[in-house]
Design a protein around this ligand. Structure first.
Ligand code: DP6
Length: 362
């Protein structure tokens, strides 16, 4: 689908009265990372992620027909029961960005009630789940105005709108493995929206586990927007984009043939490459903490000692995502609780696994 296919067409010009929709959308964890973009939210390389199940945002989008049609929509944001003025500018900017594709949003005022299943300020990226939940809420409104749209269009456009809110959010609408960014070896992949990994996944990856170790629950040291911008003048940027696209090609084979040792090598290398980009940008950042490195070394040591296929990946932060096949859950859980939990802030961690994506609750 092309960009112009996502522009809303509604010959009836219908306007609804007040109503609401409740949606739920998960976070995702990239295996091949998106780091570097151009306007409007076009990734510099293709990425692939596991959709999560337990880390999600629930959003109730209440919309009321506006009294004064010429005024901008009034948006009130309530996060975990409290009104949050500081969340408004990001959402208003998102609304402005998507108005071209969903012009009907200008007909309403909004109350957005939202909450996360994971602890606030846990360092877990809430932009992917939060923005995709909001995008899905708006698409549910579009469907009420034009019931004739296909399921495929609904999902692609939900991801398209999510992307305009936050790049990684494009990968949260469906699951369990989502590609975002045009890649010559992945048919139907697009820079505009996420698509489901089109090949049969090897059974070893079914119900794959992700235990998120909360090493640092503070505010993010750099926003992802600032981080992505640092790739513009980065001396290694072009090589990094090529590397990511090559890794996606290699990972595609691995996901089909189940070569778990290669999976580990690609996934860990991707995480370290992402952090290497941050350490070598101007200005530079180290987002890992001493405990991040301790955990990584423990994982490597455990793999050497046992036949385990446990591995790690990282976001743009200090937390560690510990990935392992479901069939190794017992041993992995034991190792994590005996040897890794002590490196988490307040011993906090979240057990998650692969999920199927966002859903409309009511
Ligand atoms: C390191 O999607 O948060 O998690 O598009 O500016 O909202 P914006 O960035 P964002 O970047 C995510 C970066 C990452 C890697 C990834 O998820 O692929």
């Amino acid at each position: 689908m092309r960009e112009e296919d996502f522009i809303f067409k509604n010959p009836e010009n219908k306007i609804l009265d007040s109503s609401f929709v409740k949606v739920k959308s998960p976070s995702n964890i990239a295996l091949v990372k998106y780091w570097g973009k151009s306007e409007p939210q076009i990734p510099k390389n293709a990425s692939i992620s596991f959709t999560l199940n337990n880390c999600f945002t629930s959003t109730i989008l209440e919309y009321t027909k506006k009294e004064n049609a010429s005024k901008k929509p009034n948006i009130k944001v309530i996060f975990e029961g409290k009104e949050k003025e500081e969340f408004k500018p990001k959402i208003e900017k998102f609304f402005e960005r998507i108005t071209k594709y969903v012009p009907f949003i200008s007909d309403y005022d909004y109350i957005i009630k939202t909450e996360n299943s994971f602890p606030h300020s846990s360092g877990i990226a809430s932009s992917a789940s939060g923005m995709s939940a909001l995008a899905l809420g708006i698409m549910s409104l579009e469907k009420k105005l034009n019931a004739g749209i296909s399921e495929e269009y609904f999902l692609s456009k939900s991801s398209f709108l999510s992307r305009l809110g936050s790049g990684s959010a494009a990968r949260s609408i469906e699951g369990p493995l989502i590609v975002w960014g045009r890649h010559p070896k992945i048919e139907n992949s697009s820079d505009l929206y996420g698509t489901v990994f089109p090949f049969k996944i090897h059974p070893i990856f079914e119900n794959y586990q992700d235990t998120i170790l909360l090493v640092d629950q503070g505010e993010k040291q750099i926003s992802s927007t600032v981080g992505h911008n640092l790739m513009h003048k980065h001396p290694f940027a072009e090589n990094r984009f090529t590397q990511a696209n090559e890794n996606l090609e290699k990972l595609t084979e691995v996901l089909i043939d189940g070569d778990i040792k290669k999976f580990i090598q690609i996934v860990e290398s991707e995480a370290l490459a992402l952090h290497a980009m941050m350490m070598t940008s101007n200005p530079y950042f180290i987002l890992m903490k001493p405990n991040t490195l301790k955990i990584i070394n423990k994982i490597w040591d455990f793999r050497k000692r046992t036949n385990s296929n446990i591995c790690f990946t990282l976001d743009a932060g200090a937390n560690v995502h510990v990935l392992f096949p479901n069939r190794e859950k017992k041993e992995a859980d034991l190792f994590i609780s005996n040897e890794l939990i002590s490196f988490c802030q307040n011993n906090k961690y979240i057990c998650d696994s692969l999920g199927e994506g966002a859903e409309i609750v009511i």
